[in-house]
Write a protein that binds this ligand. Sequence first.
Ligand SMILES: C[S@@+](CC[C@H](N)C(=O)[O-])C[C@H]1O[C@@H](n2cnc3c(N)ncnc32)[C@H](O)[C@@H]1O
Length: 231
Amino acid sequence: MNKGNNLNKEMFDSISKEYDFINNLITFGSHKKWKKEIVEISKKIKPKKILDLATGTADIAIELSSIENCKIIAVDPSSKMLKIGERKIQKLNTNSNIFLEEGNAENLKYRDGIFDIVTIGYGVRNFTNLNNSLNEIYRVLKKDGLLIILETSLPTNPLMSFFYNIHTKFYIRLIGKMFSNNSNAYQYLESSAKTFPYGEEFKKILRDANFKDITEEVKLFGASTLYISKK
Ligand SMILES: C[S@@+](CC[C@H](N)C(=O)[O-])C[C@H]1O[C@@H](n2cnc3c(N)ncnc32)[C@H](O)[C@@H]1O
C-alpha cells in the first residue's frame, strides 16, 4: 500500500466510531434516500453479484441486501469502518448475504467480469489513484454491468451555492470539532468535496475509462450527484 492509501486508512479508522452519527447530522439524513435509490436502480437488472466499494460502515451494502438471490461483496481498506458495519449487519439478525472484505479499489482481488454491478457511495473522491481504480472496476464488471456512483458535487445556483458554503464552512467544521477526535478529517472531507470533479468533468473521466451510457442525477440542488454508467 502506498503512503496516500495508508493515510487514508488511518483517517477513516480514526473517525469510524462517530462516522454514521456525524454523516446523518451533516447531510440531515438525506444520503439515506439516495442510497435507497441505488437499490431501486440495481434491482431492475436482477443482479446476482454486487461489489459495494468503499463500503465504510456498510450502509449501501445493507440496503442492497434486500435484493433476492444476490450476493453483496462489501470492500473497504479501513478495518475499523468495516467493524462498525459488521455490528450493524449482526443487529439486523437476518441470514445475511453480505460479505465484508478488506481491500483497496486500486487493486481488486476478484476475477475479470464477475460482478453485475459495482456501487460506490462517497468513496471515489478518496481514491488515491482514481484512474487505476476505474480500470480495476471496469475489469471486474461483466459486459454491460453497471457502475453506480454517489458522490458530492457543488450547487451551480448562486443562492444555493451561498447556503452550501455556509453549511460546509461553518456547520460541518463545527460538527467535526464537537463530535470527533479528528476534526482535521472533516476539514479534509469538506475541502475535497470542493475540489473533486463533478458533472461533465466527472462524466469525461468515466468516458475516458471506457464506461458508456453515462447519466447523472443531481441531488439537493447539486450537493450530491448520482452517476450511472455501463461497461
Ligand atoms: C466517506 S466514506 C463513505 C462510506 C460509505 N460508502 C457511505 O456512503 O457512507 C469513504 C470510504 O472510502 C474508503 N476508501 C478510501 N480509499 C479507498 C480506496 N482506495 N479503495 C476503497 N475504499 C476506499 C474509506 O475507508 C471510507 O470508508
